[in-house]
Design a protein around this ligand. Sequence first.
Ligand code: NAP
Length: 259
Amino acid sequence: MTHPLRVAVLGATGRMGAQTCAALEAADGLELVARVGRGEDVGAAVRAARADVAVDFTVPAATEANVHAVLDAGAHAVVGTTGWDDDSRRRVAEHLGRLNAARGVAEPDLGVLIAPNFGLSAVLAMTFAARAARYFESAEVVELHHPDKVDAPSGTARHTAAAIARARAEAGLGPMPDATEAGIEARGADVDGVRVHAVRLRGLVAHEEILFGNVGEQLVIRQDSFDRVSFMPGVLLAVREVGSRPGLTVGLENVLDLS
Ligand code: NAP
């Protein structure tokens, strides 16, 4: 990749998009070359700006189409928008496979990095939760956010719950104890067998608690993001790293050295 890295921001008028634009303008070796708003042709904007990387902080309904357009424009994508599922991730991975197979030897392979959370405290909480999961009979996730958030449960909470479920399956643990017969709707969302509860409260930013229980003991892992600025070191790291990670990467933990 050439230097400085040319970066476009999709959803530039939004809360995260505006913060990302400010962080890019203050960062060494990165150049903000396009602020792309709702209704603009993403592919045309990325091409016109000759962006190397596009960062997407838009809405769940738009993010997948944006990523396909960014890839067709020949740029890498860093995605913070939530709303991704197995199908949308598979479609992006297949698109990357087709494009990268067709690229010339002089062109670096394209990469997409989707991070449900760019906050270090959140990524560490998820990582620690996945490691703890095998040792507990019960596990539940509570995510707490500002009331302007449009999706629930949060992508971070889904990602955390899925990681807990994987760790439990690998350890041979069965379903968690739960005698609920009536009022199942009060038990939160079921993400791969792990219950996830979403709180929306004015004054909050982004917070997560992972509760683990055994007979006679409890472990609570909690992280709090008080300000959107806390996401920016993770966003800038992803922007710098995505070009050296061909294909699809999901989760900032794969970029941080957490071994
Ligand atoms: P926001 O303030 O509502 O901003 C959303 C942006 O998307 C605005 O610029 C909006 O444009 C634009 N937009 C709306 N509809 C669109 C469409 N159909 N096509 C293209 N653009 C559209 O939201 P936010 O708080 O910045 O959050 C954005 C996303 O990032 C959410 O999914 C949120 O959950 C996620 N998020 C992720 C992290 C992380 O660490 N991964 C952290 C915080 C938030 P207008 O201004 O014209 O409406």
